[in-house]
Ligand binder design. Structure first.
Ligand code: FAQ
Length: 336
């Protein structure tokens, strides 16, 4: 892998000796060679506009998902059944806020501001994950989100630690470690309910029944309908297709459900010896596209809450800006 200094000379736009236009072909060749050699692209390196735009789209959508994803679980913080469960849940929800911050920072290295990204989220011009438009109806939903939603997130995100764009890949390393704790706490919560009273077992089963199919949808549309996959895989932003990761997730979950003493709500789920994978039933893609279009059970509620939180935080942003301005002013005054 080239050093940062060497990357800078090889890939940053430079004017020729006579001060002419950058040699874009040479930069494109250097970029292609770096991708082929599995090197990281860094913020100051030259990159094609479409690569930059794709990263901004994906990282922003990911960041938005993290902060909107705080809502369904935060709903249960005040009703957690014990101090231990409450402490775990609060730590998890705070982690999601942290993930949002790392990801917005990674997006900012591509030349967009956080304000711009939030504005696009609030005006519906950027998406967040479909999964967060479903309601958390019982305490068991906290377990199902941890086990299934965080489990799906890890399956999707571990390969992103090898994404070709450095700041995104590095952010994912820490995020994945934290998601792993989230997944374990969900599994442990469901195990406790599953081994509890018949009512608790039924509550856990009901939550898994409701979260299973939406979790499979998190991986995105089937490969033949995935608009961005081919290009994102060629750029090594994505390392596996949506269907590959979905299958990996199903294969992981089936034995875990057995250990939990719970079933997955799919009569077609069965081991296929020939493929070496579990077969599973058809996904309701109409539901997925409806949710993405804004017609899921909680889309309106999630967006209203997000806009309200942003408005209510205005004074914090103003105070931080005033403090930063005062700090700069004082520093300049001291310098004379
Ligand atoms: N929801 O061509 P593709 C978490 C859109 S984990 C909404 O296949 P791509 C942790 C897609 O944007 C959740 N939209 O797209 C947590 C595109 O529309 P566009 C977040 C979806 O990008 C746990 C269109 O469909 N994780 O937050 C979805 O190649 C618990 C065509 O799709 C990430 O974002 C969907 N499920 O592949 C937090 C991971 N799927 O943009 C709190 C990073 C697809 O052209 C509590 N992202 N679309 O308007 C990715 O890996 C990819 O972006 C995919 C989609 C795999 C999601």
């Amino acid at each position: 892998m080239a050093t940062a200094a060497a990357q800078h000379t090889a890939r940053t736009p430079a004017h020729d000796a006579r001060g002419g236009a950058p040699d874009t072909d040479a930069h494109q060749r250097a970029f292609d060679a770096a991708i082929a050699a599995d090197e990281r692209i860094e913020p100051r390196d030259w990159m094609p506009d479409a690569y930059r735009a794709t990263l901004i789209r994906q990282i922003a959508q990911h960041a938005h998902s993290e902060i909107i994803g705080m809502q369904p679980e935060a709903n249960w913080i005040t009703r957690a059944p014990s101090l231990r469960r409450k402490a775990i849940l609060m730590a998890k929800v705070q982690d999601e806020a942290g993930h949002g911050l790392y990801l917005y920072s990674a997006a900012e290295t591509l030349g967009v501001s956080r304000d711009e990204l939030l504005d696009k989220l609030h005006s519906g011009r950027q998406k967040y994950s479909s999964i967060f438009n479903y309601p958390t109806l019982t305490w068991a939903d906290v377990g199902a989100i941890g086990w299934l939603v965080d489990g799906a997130a890890i399956t999707n995100q571990v390969p992103l630690c090898r994404c070709s764009y450095g700041p995104y890949a590095r952010a994912m390393v820490r995020i994945c470690k934290e998601e792993s704790f989230h997944q374990r706490q969900g599994y442990e919560l469901l195990l406790a309910l599953s081994r509890g009273t018949p009512e608790q077992h039924a509550m856990a089963q009901d939550a898994v029944n409701r979260w299973w199919w939406p979790s499979l949808m998190m991986f995105g549309p089937p490969d033949d309908e995935s608009e961005h996959s081919a290009q994102s895989m060629a750029w090594k932003i994505k390392r596996h297709s949506n269907d590959e990761l979905r299958q990996r997730f199903v294969d992981i979950c089936v034995p875990q459900a057995e250990s939990l003493g719970l079933t997955l709500p799919d009569p077609d789920l069965k081991w296929n010896e020939e493929r070496g994978h579990y077969d599973f039933g058809p996904i309701d893609w109409d539901e997925f596209w409806q949710v993405i279009k804004g017609n899921g059970p909680c889309n309106e509620q999630r967006m209203a809450q997000r806009r309200r939180a942003h408005d209510e935080g205005a004074w914090v942003r103003e105070a931080a800006a005033a403090y930063a301005a005062k700090h700069t002013h004082d520093k300049e005054a001291r310098r004379g």
